[in-house]
Design a protein around this ligand. Sequence first.
Ligand code: NZQ
Ligand code: ZN
Length: 388
Amino acid sequence: MGSFMYNFSFQNPTKLIFGEGQMAKLASEIPKDKKVLLIYGGGSIKKNGVYEQVASALSEHQWGEFGGIEANPGFHTAMKAVEKIKAEGFDFLLAVGGGSVCDATKFIAASACFNDDPWKILTEGARIRDALPIGVVLTLPATGSESNPNGVIDNYETQEKLAFYGRKLFPQFAILDPTTTYSLPAKQVANGIVDAYVHTMEQYLTFPVGADLQDRFAEGILRTLANNGPKALSEPENYTVRANVMWSATMALNGLIGLAVPHDWATHFIGHELTALHNMDHGQTLAVILPSMMAEKREQKHEKLLQYGKEVWGIDSGSEEERIDAAIEQTRAFFESLGVKTRLSDYGVEEQHIPALVEALEKHKMVALGEHRDVTPEVSAQVLRRCL
Ligand code: NZQ
Ligand code: ZN
């Protein structure tokens, strides 16, 4: 534990094109000689006008489409897209949708250029040396996938949810038009806000290393989400609110705020097992686990918990332990205020399910999580019991 900022190098190559009416820029961002495959999900883009906007922007391109990417994108569906790409010769992938479509597109882009079984990218961390170029039209602010090199793929046959990474997977550009988010169901708005909030927390709520600017970035995102989150639900067509949520979610996980500081992804990795085994939404898993993780790790995270309570929620009276209790309770109350339940029992997950969840963590080598690598399977089990 030191109080020095960690060394870093930073390069995020994704061009962000933000604001209402930016969809037309697609035409000039994708070279005209590319054969474009538009990849999308279950069809929301065909109901909210986004598909028409994209089609009209691509009127001078040669393009085709592949739909049906699941929320929590499936490995086998991605493989079908790879077959289509190989058969028809697409050489640019355009993801139009939320994090699931972005992640699937990254996996498809890598798999199309991979000479071995792509499953090894997920299970053996096989190196991604090449990938097709990717562009994104984002319709759900949450994951940050639109400008990071990460993804998560689900295998519905083996009931696993596995992460992958590759520098070649940064999208070349991402179009962020907040008006595309007006049509989101309340549940997805709330899930997205929780996801962005927890991404920020896991790069902030660790131990101090003297990274003042990094802390202010993180607190700025947390405060922006806390102020705008409930309004995104009550005033769905408030452009300013939607714009602030969208920009916050991108900045929460595009590399910038995570520079120079320790990270703690334990909540995310435990959450992935809840999605894989109990089909919970990604945001729901995080809303359940984070408050319990904060409570379990209150000693190790003592200083940052006090700072978080004061800077984000204005908690500055009472004993230190009382302030930490209040910070944890405020976090839980925030998630609940968005309509996201914070107990496993709310989702039908019970004590008897914990051993299988912990076994899955062990199978996936998630046995030394957190900023101190001390979230062992026993600690994960303890956190899950706190979540009941
Ligand atoms: O499939 P369609 O019909 O498009 O509907 C989607 C889906 O049902 C709908 N939706 C999206 N935009 C909409 C809309 N409905 C109406 N109007 C719109 N504008 O929302 C539903 C959920 O979409 P999904 O893409 O699954 O949500 P999200 O963006 O939250 O992505 C979740 C996935 O991202 C992964 C998660 O694990 C999960 O698989 N993550 C990816 C990360 C990354 N790449 O860096 C980090 C995250 O921590 C996360 O793990
Ligand atoms: Zn997440």
